[in-house]
Design a binder for this molecule. Structure first.
Ligand code: NAP
Length: 207
């Protein structure tokens, strides 16, 4: 991270990134522009808390793909803080880490709206909402009523801490990309070429 410089507003882009794709990159760049973020730090999760039975790809591969995908944007950085911490990746621990490193900065946590939909069940959610605001990135056609209903359950004053951002490019999904690779279908133009090449070189998502 840009330690030499005082940063007033940081975006933390949290996700599994299995694999990272243009939807994530467009969402991060849109959030940076719209919310005046000076930097967006991508933080691949070691083990996201709410993952079901699906085995997720080795964190080292997901980290490498994230580095490859973000390399050309000087406003993007990648942190391995969750991967180094290992175990379940609780967002409160990650945000606390960035808060300690940058106590004077406002922190915005950016992630998918479906993940934010579960926010009431997140570890130490009140503390988390005291430390950072949220940007929930939605796909086209996303049913915003579900999110609005969830947010009603937040303590008064916290609803304003969550903004929703529609990102048409999020029609691309990691699940679809994994499925396409498995079925031998093209993934070109869904994600950066460096990431596409990495997936084929390492034989990811074949089964
Ligand atoms: P997920 O369930 O894999 O994703 C939910 C939806 O959001 C998917 O449609 C996904 O699309 C999309 N998405 C995920 N990350 C995104 C991003 N950064 N930008 C735009 N869309 C995104 O979500 P997850 O990866 O497990 O969790 C997301 C983040 O929330 C992670 O950082 C995780 O650690 C955190 N989280 C924390 C807690 C907690 O602290 N208790 C609980 C749950 C989640 P793709 O599949 O295409 O990415």
């Amino acid at each position: 991270m840009k330690k030499e410089k005082k940063i007033s507003k940081i975006g933390i882009m949290g996700g599994t990134f299995d694999p990272i794709h243009y939807g994530h990159l467009v969402a991060a760049e849109g959030a940076r522009h719209h919310f005046d973020l000076e930097v967006v730090v991508f933080v691949p999760a070691a083990r996201p808390p709410h993952k079901g039975a699906r085995a997720i790809t080795d964190p080292a591969h997901r980290l490498n793909m994230t580095v490859l995908a973000t390399g050309s944007n000087p406003d993007f950085e990648v942190s391995d803080v969750e991967i180094k911490r290992m175990g379940t990746s609780y967002t409160i621990e990650t945000v606390s880490y960035f808060h300690q490193a940058w106590p004077d900065s406002d922190i915005c946590f950016i992630t998918g709206a479906d993940a934010v939909l579960e926010i009431l069940t997140w570890h130490r959610v009140r503390e988390l909402l005291d430390l950072c605001s949220f940007i929930a990135a939605t796909r086209p056609g996303y049913r915003l009523e579900n999110l609005a209903e969830t947010l009603k359950g937040l303590p008064p004053g916290y609803i304003d801490r969550i903004s929703v951002m529609e990102v048409p490019a999020l029609a691309i999904s990691s699940t679809d990309i994994r499925d396409r690779v498995r079925r031998g279908m093209p993934i070109k133009y869904l994600l950066p070429e460096e990431v596409e090449n990495y997936i084929y070189e390492k034989g990811l998502y074949r089964k």
